[in-house]
Design a protein around this ligand. Sequence first.
Ligand code: HEC
Length: 257
Amino acid sequence: MTNAMTTKTRDTTIFAKLAALLLVGLMMIGTAAASEEAGLEAANVRLDDVASMKRGARLFFNYCSGCHSLEYLRYSRLAEDLKLDPKDVEKNLVFNGARIGDHAISHMPADKAATWFGKAPPDLSLEARARGSDWIYNYLKSFYLDPARPLGWNNNVFENASMPNVLWELQGLQVAEQVPAEAGHDATIGKLELKTPGQQTPAQFDQTVRDLTAFLQYAGEPAALQRESMGIWVLLYLAFFTLIAYLLKLEFWKDVH
Ligand code: HEC
């Protein structure tokens, strides 16, 4: 009797441990994308939020694709992954006469762009992998007016970036607080302040930038969408077979006790 009791308690503990492991696994899937980088506000993008990535795609092709390519991404793949009608993609997202099977290449001539902006706009396919989503999110929110720069814009996250703030109509105009030089340090800039409001409230603009970042995160690794949805199934499968194994064990040992 005592023996049977201890076996049962041990079984329950093992089962509880397995269940805890599975739970941790499930939680890791949820938080993997949300890891924070030092000093940056978390972007909190979610690859299971297809609506956000759809809005991001629309924003990207309206505001960014004139200068930036996504050379590893085909429009057809995008349509499939984001559950968009290929015809709508061709009609609403492709602005340069490309076909649905083509890669998303900008028609900005690189040599001219370098003359216009001081630097050619880089391809953004791997940007989220190179910089991380938090960086992109903060970068897009950190443009401010700076008359000393050739195009009149500077950026608090990427100092002297040669990209203009293409989202200024939505965000409004930001200025930087000037911190004067003191013994021990040069003049620097402090907090950014919204001087002229844009078409969107700061909260709406945060969402706009989050959507764009989510889209770039997706574009950096389209296969991640499938992997994430598959991961859940793998865990459920494991949970199911753990249960079966446990029930079988109970069944086998029943007669032994
Ligand atoms: C008018 C052309 C132009 C448009 C439109 C534009 N960019 Fe840029 N972008 C640039 C240039 C030029 C650079 C290079 C900046 C540098 O290195 O100084 C750049 C750099 C970047 C970088 C940083 C790349 C790095 O070095 O890691 C990101 C991210 C980026 N752009 C995102 C966007 C997004 C998102 C949009 C749309 C909302 C956009 N850009 C629209 C010209 C543009």
